[in-house]
Structure formats: C-alpha cells, structure tokens
Design a protein around this ligand. Structure first.
Ligand SMILES: [Zn+2]
Length: 448
C-alpha cells in the first residue's frame, strides 16, 4: 500500500537471483526494494543502498534463492474445497463462502503466490474479494477475478446439476445469443476482469466432454467483451473446441485437451495463450488414493497429460504464452498446497527446463494478469513481489512446494509474516456432504 507509512528501503543482499525471464540464476546478486517497487538489481542496487543519507534495511540472503512471487493463472478461491459437485452446487451459502474465501487467500499467499487469476466462482464473491484486497482490508495476493462461468444448458462438468436457466454453483446459464450479450455486459458492469466460457460440457450418458457452444456463439461473447476491453477465457476439453475458441477470439484457452495440429495452429494464428491446468489431473492420478479418491479415471488422465503435454510443449516452443494454473479450490487441490505443482508437471511430463517452468509461473503469469511490464520478473520498476527461499529450484523444482523453506516473502514491497503457520480451521456444520454409506447395505452383505 502506497503512502500509508514511510518505510525504509530494503536491500536483499547477495542472493542467487532467478529473475523469472528464463535466464540462468545469477549468484551474489542484490535486489533493492523501495516502497512497493523493485528499485535496482545487481551492483546498481548495492551502490544505491550505500549512498550517503540512504536509509536502507539490509537483509543478508546469501546462500538463498531470490525470485519473483508465483503467479497462479487458474484458481477458484470462492469454492471452499468441495469434495463433490453436490457439495459445491448445494451446500455453499453466500455469506459463509465470502468469509471463507477471505480466510483462504492467506493460505494462497503463504504458498509464495503474490498474484492469481480467479477464473470463476460462486455468488459473485471473487470481484468483491479482489476489491477488498486492493483496498487493504484483506491481506492477499493481487487478484484478477471472473464472475460466473457462462454455460449453455449443457455445460460444465456437473452434468444435470447445471440448470436450464439462471445461476447455480459457478454457472450462469445463457440460453440465446441475446442472453450471452446481456450476461457478458452485466458481468463487466459488476467488475469482472474476464469472461469465462465453459465451451465443453459433460453429458452424463456420454464419455468425456462435448462441445456445447457453436463458433458463432463463442464469437458473440468475444466481440461483446472485447468491445469493452475485457478478455475472454474458455474451458475447452477437446481439439475442435480449442480450435473454434481460438478462431472466435478467446484470449486464454484452459485445458486444451487432446489438442491437434489444427488447434495448435489456430492458437498461434490468433495470438491466444494456453493454460493446461494439469495439476488437478496429476494430483488425482498420482496421489488421489492417499486422499481416498475413488475416481477410476486415473489412466484416462495419465493419457491426457501425455498427449496434451506434448502439444503444450510444442506451443511453448512456438512462442505461445503458457501459464501455470493449479485449479486450487477443490478437495484434490486445497488452497496453499499445490500452486507450484504445475511447474513440476511441466518439467517431468513436458520436458521443460526448471527455468522455463518458472518463467511460465512468473513472467508469463503477468500476461494472464493483464499486467505485462508491471509484475512477474525481478527488474527495476516492477512491483516488488519477491520470494526468498532456502533451496535451488533449478536443481529441484519441487522445493517450491515446501513452505518450510520460505525465508522472506514481499507482497507489493511489504514483508508477509511467515513466522507462524496459517491456522487450520474446523469444518462448519452443513458444509460437508456425508454419505450414508459407501455401498448399499444389502442383506447379502450382512449375511456373507
Ligand atoms: Zn477451473
């Protein structure tokens, strides 16, 4: 926050700097922070700090890594970690959800995330939370927020829970092109930073997701939003849908599952960005059993990560901005735990170097935030969002998930208190759906 309190400048002295641009780490590189900005880097930082009359607090960070705060391009901060669609669609009250979201941004922040995009959510809470953070009422990362996700009546991943009209959960159903225009303008009036479309959806009797928006319908939303200077993002599971979304003008494609050559070319031709959001799938496939996940889709997910991952790497090599998104907000992706995980997947499955993966989660994240030149790298003039940790992410990208290694975190130039863990909370009555049993209690079960 500017101008509230005059703070001394801060010199992070002698750390190993990973600046977020993809350049190799520079050992022994100091960073000078003044107010909410990075003032200088390297010898210039030390020279400015030693000028006569300079009031500078010096923090010795030699032996530590200094890097930009992480930028998570795909979160759902208002969902409250539901374990099922039933919970998400029927057991989330507006007032409690807002309070819970304000609590949960503290967890996201303490995972080293200093900016995030909340792509869609429930009860229009996201925009209000973004404003409360910006106003200094709630401590949290800088936030960009969508509103409800626009869906045709066949949309989303919740099957028949999506109603034929109105809103439910994170969905706003638009039944015609007129309603698409109206909903887009209403969301923008309410303050949405982006419009999210669920371009594919789940029909319970079919495998996978089907494209449930026409090219023309996608264009209606893109044209309406773009006229008002607002980007459009789309959930696309399926190659034809990815191609159509890119051709319609969608700015960020999420998932892009099973993208083929035509879809990749459409992304390149139209200047779209890509955010595959593998983390949810990777967690479910690799660790789900530890949390008692009963999904049988593990192999499907592994296949999707392999095939789609290879295409995302080709997109990255062709210069398409690729973002890291964690899908944080579900029981498989709780807040504050997995914001680094996409980088692990990029290294292990896509064959990116750790520095490339870090760039996707820092410099490229600025594209997702609509803040290129403002955040995402450690360079003079940029916002002072800085993470200092004991560990080398170039040797092991996984250290970015180990919060016990974090030594300092600057959020807009202000140190975040890392001295105590964020408090755990108890569940609130009515919040969780409890099943009566895992299987039907038949007579035969009782009489084996
Ligand atoms: Zn999502």
């Amino acid at each position: 926050m500017e101008g509230v309190l005059e703070m001394a400048d801060l010199l992070l002295k002698g750390g190993s700097l990973i600046d977020g641009t993809g350049a190799p780490a520079r050992p022994g590189t100091s960073v000078l922070v003044s107010g909410d900005r990075i003032a200088a880097v390297g010898p210039e930082a030390e020279r400015a700090a030693s000028e006569p009359g300079a009031t500078v607090e010096v923090v010795d960070v030699s032996g530590l890594t200094v890097m930009p705060g992480l930028i998570d391009a795909h979160c759902h901060v208002t969902l409250g970690e539901p374990a099922s669609n039933d919970e998400l669609f029927h057991h989330r009250e507006p007032a409690f959800s807002a309070l819970l979201a304000a609590f949960n941004v503290g967890k996201i922040l303490r995972a080293g995330v200093t900016s995030f995009v909340d792509v869609d959510g429930i009860h229009d809470i996201g925009v209000a939370l973004r404003d409360a953070i910006a106003a200094g009422m709630v401590e949290g990362p800088t936030m960009r927020s969508g509103g409800y996700a626009l869906m045709t009546a066949v949309g989303g991943t919740a099957g028949r829970m999506i109603p034929d009209e109105g809103t439910a959960g994170y969905a706003e159903v638009v039944r015609s092109k007129d309603e698409m225009v109206r909903a887009t303008r209403r969301q923008i009036k309410n303050g949405a930073d982006l419009i999210k479309i669920h371009a594919t959806g789940n029909i319970p009797s079919r495998r996978g997701e089907s494209q449930v928006w026409t090219l023309e319908e996608l264009k209606v939303v893109c044209d309406t939003a773009h006229d008002l200077g607002v980007p459009v993002v789309a959930h696309c599971r399926g190659s034809d849908c990815t191609r159509d979304a890119a051709n319609a003008g969608v700015d960020v494609i999420y998932h892009a599952s099973y993208m083929d050559d035509d879809a990749l070319q459409a992304i390149i031709d139209n200047g779209a960005s890509l955010c595959p959001v593998f983390t949810f799938l990777a967690n479910l496939a690799e660790h789900g059993a530890k949390a008692g996940a009963t999904s049988t889709a593990q192999d499907v997910f592994r296949g999707e990560m392999e095939q789609t991952g290879a295409m995302v790497k080709r997109a990255f090599d062709a210069g398409v901005p690729v973002f890291c998104g964690s899908e944080s907000g579900f029981s498989i992706t709780p807040y504050g735990h997995w914001h680094h995980r996409e980088m692990e997947v990029f290294v292990e499955q896509l064959g990116m170097t750790p520095l490339q993966a870090i760039m996707c989660c820092t410099k490229n994240g600025a594209v997702a935030m609509g803040e290129v030149g403002e955040v995402g790298t450690i360079e003079p003039g940029l916002r002072a969002d800085v993470l200092v940790l004991d560990g080398d992410p170039v040797a092991d990208i996984g250290v970015l998930g180990d919060r016990s290694r974090f030594r300092h975190l600057l959020l807009r130039g202000t140190p975040v208190d890392l001295s105590r863990p964020w408090p755990e909370r108890r569940p609130v009555p009515g919040e969780r759906v409890v099943a009566w049993s895992a299987v039907p209690l038949t007579w035969d079960l009782v009489h084996p």
